[in-house]
Design a protein around this ligand. Sequence first.
Ligand code: ADP
Length: 455
Amino acid sequence: MFIRYKLALLFSLVVAGLLTLFSAVIYQISASYREEEFQGRLENKARTTARYLMDVKEIDNELLKIIDQNSLTSLFEEQVLVFDEHNRLLYSSLDDQPPQYDPALLAEVREEKRVEQSSDKIDLIALALPSSLKASGSEYVVMASAYDKFGKSKLIYLRNTLMICWVVGVGLTVVVSGLLAGLFLRPIATINTQIQQITAQNLKERLPEGNGRDEMAQLAINFNQMLNRLNLSFEQQKSFVSHASHELRTPLAAMKTDIQSGLEEALSSEEYRLILRDLFQDTQRLIGLTNGLLQLARPLDPVLRRKLISIPELLLDIYAELSSLRKAQKLVFEPLLDERRELLVPGDEALLKTLFTNLIDNACKYSPTHEAFIRIRSDATHCLIDIEDKGIGIPPEDQERVFGPFFRANNALIYSGYGIGLAVSQRIVEWHGGSISLRSTLGQGSTFTVRLPLS
Ligand code: ADP
């Protein structure tokens, strides 16, 4: 069911419930008031009749009947009965019909002294009153009953009015709440239609942000921000694919030329050896490139098994590996590693190894002395590792961009590389919940600082 109809239905049900409650309360209060007021009138009638009959000696039954029937307060279908202490009927206000009463009521009223009854037709009050003429302790009973014609017809009128008001009120609420819900939800319907028109081809389209303040505007703003992020990542993907194909094409084109010239010309064995060496280098480059691409493209599993890694020990391992591979490199640790062996970081050993190898490799590659200076520090929550070199440095305008895939600064183009290492390193650091920053002065050197949360 549409939210619009749900809202209208819910609101109408609430209003219908409230109207029912109010109508019932109003009707009940009016009915009680009518009963109370009519019983009061009946009691007056009963007491007046009793007083005339008992206290005014000159009055006889006939005269009393005439007074009863012609008084201003006479009631519809009125009947007043008076019984003596032996339950003998002393007086009945009706002379043309036999008096109607429930004999059991006589016993009840002598016990209770006052009984009130109200039925659909008749209201009745019965009182046990002390006789002033007879011996003390003797009581006579007066019963007054009548039909409250006006009160009951007023109640019926009130009930009908309330029912009509209920039907009209609920009907109006259904219509008005349906219209209002439609009005308030219209912006959502508009947003829906606009969203349907946004596809991967027109990710630059944006939703109108309305007044910029209410919830609908907030929804549109958030949606637009999500589109911005999506668009950015689409653009990054596109540029990644085009860079990757470009990088792969270059060595492949060189290999093709080498193979062509080897096939077409009769060459000396020395020349074939040179071609093979070139092919070997290009293949090496292709392998390096595809490895880097794989590292970039492979999603880092968020539930990869993390264990506590001692950063100083890890760096010593890398040092050992690198020095056995390339003698020219030199790593200098400050301060002495032994003092800081306890620096433990929860993480993945292989990934952290890739990260530091990339940074140390770069420091050695881009400095004439092939030296990397490593400093390990810590604050209350993080382990900080500086990898510094006294090399070529990075131009200020490129310092932000070196972490993007395939970016290589102009002063680095004479060195071998693919522009992938730093992008991979940044992903690894972020996966560990850390950060990487760079300080560099052109021609003087660079310092990369990795910040990793301690265990
Ligand atoms: P690669 O070194 O293969 O080009 P990276 O992603 O590791 O790729 O580095 C990207 C770019 O950042 C490099 O091409 C270079 O311009 C710059 N760079 C990285 N490290 C250094 C460094 N230590 N000194 C100077 N430039 C650096």
